[in-house]
Design a protein around this ligand. Structure first.
Ligand SMILES: O=CC(=O)O
Length: 318
């Protein structure tokens, strides 16, 4: 164990919400854990003011940019862990250049996010959001849904989350096609068909986004692809907002091309008050909360602390 006590700041909301349970565990690893004052996403300016006072940073969805790391390094910051899977908000190249060791916590909540994605598929199939809203408003609505067995779903991304979505949808009787240029074959999943995006989108009753955001897939669901989709396609996104061109999605919802959408993530988060998406009736919205089960947060936070302690141990002369 490290001889020196290191001060580590946490800015990741799910870990902040269960913060007290991690303080003692961190102390056993030679880490004094500190919490950000808010669970809101911090700005670059706020991070640049905060980080120089800490040896380590457990990152949430904050803008972890080069200048933020540089500011931290000008003070005490020497190590970082991105809590969670997605690293699109973190400049890993800058960390490498600056000599700040960094990692993320992959495979910590593939099943939890997949549960939310699958729940959204069922909710869109049976229009549960319209029924809920109607009953609250004193109505007794009975919209006709669609049955799932025999329907087709395209799952975009065959990582941990995507594979869990595929097997859940197959268990519900859907025929699933997966899109992921980084994974070959059936990924060990019987009955899975494969295609290269956006081949065969016209066949899909559902499109479920589970992939990482990278330099090449921003707006992969755009007006052109939507035009090729089946009339009445249902869209689920539990991955990253910028994968979908929201303006194009809104137009497609308005025209009826897209039947409905369930979005846990948005181009701008939190979803701005003036976003036209808020007026879309046949939508369900989440708060980028797919990973947030008590169990998954404990798992990912333990891993983040282990990684952090490992970085500090490696810096401590034997
Ligand atoms: O969205 C959450 C994550 O990428 O960990």
């Amino acid at each position: 164990m490290s001889q020196n006590i290191r001060d580590v700041i946490v800015t990741c909301p799910p870990m902040l919400l269960q913060f007290d349970r991690f303080v003692e565990l961190a102390a056993e690893k030679g880490i004094r854990l500190h919490r950000a004052e808010t669970t809101q996403i911090l700005s670059e300016e706020e991070l640049m003011a905060l980080l120089p006072d800490y040896d380590g940073w457990i990152i949430g969805d904050d803008p972890a940019t080069r200048q933020v790391f540089e500011a931290g390094l000008s003070g005490r910051l020497r190590a970082a862990v991105k809590w969670g899977i997605g690293v699109d908000n973190v400049d890993f190249a800058a960390c490498k250049d600056l000599g700040i060791p960094i990692t993320n916590t992959p495979q910590m909540f593939g099943s939890e996010v997949a549960d939310v994605g699958t729940a959204y598929v069922i909710a869109l199939a049976r229009q549960l959001m319209l029924i809920d809203r109607g009953v609250r408003a004193g109505q007794w609505p009975k919209p006709a849904g669609i049955s799932l067995p025999g329907r087709k779903a395209g799952v975009i991304g065959l990582g941990d989350i995507g594979r869990n979505v595929v097997t859940r949808l197959q268990a519900l009787g859907l025929n699933v096609t997966a899109y992921d240029p980084g994974v070959e074959g059936d990924a060990g999943i019987a009955g899975l068909s494969r295609a290269a995006w956006p081949e065969r989108v016209e066949e899909m009753d559902f499109l479920v986004f589970t992939c990482a955001l990278n330099a090449h897939n921003t707006h992969m669901l755009n007006a052109d692809v939507l035009a090729r989709c089946m009339d009445g396609v249902r869209i689920v996104n539990v991955a990253r907002g910028p994968l979908i061109d929201e303006a194009a999605l809104i137009a497609a919802l308005q025209s009826g091309k897209v039947h409905s959408a369930a979005l846990d993530v948005f181009e701008v988060e939190p979803l701005p008050m003036n976003s036209p998406l808020r007026d879309m009736e046949r939508c369900i919205f989440g708060s980028h909360n797919g990973s947030n089960s008590v169990d998954a947060v404990i798992r990912a936070s333990h891993t983040a602390l282990d990684h952090m302690a490992g970085f500090f141990d490696a810096m401590t002369p034997a």
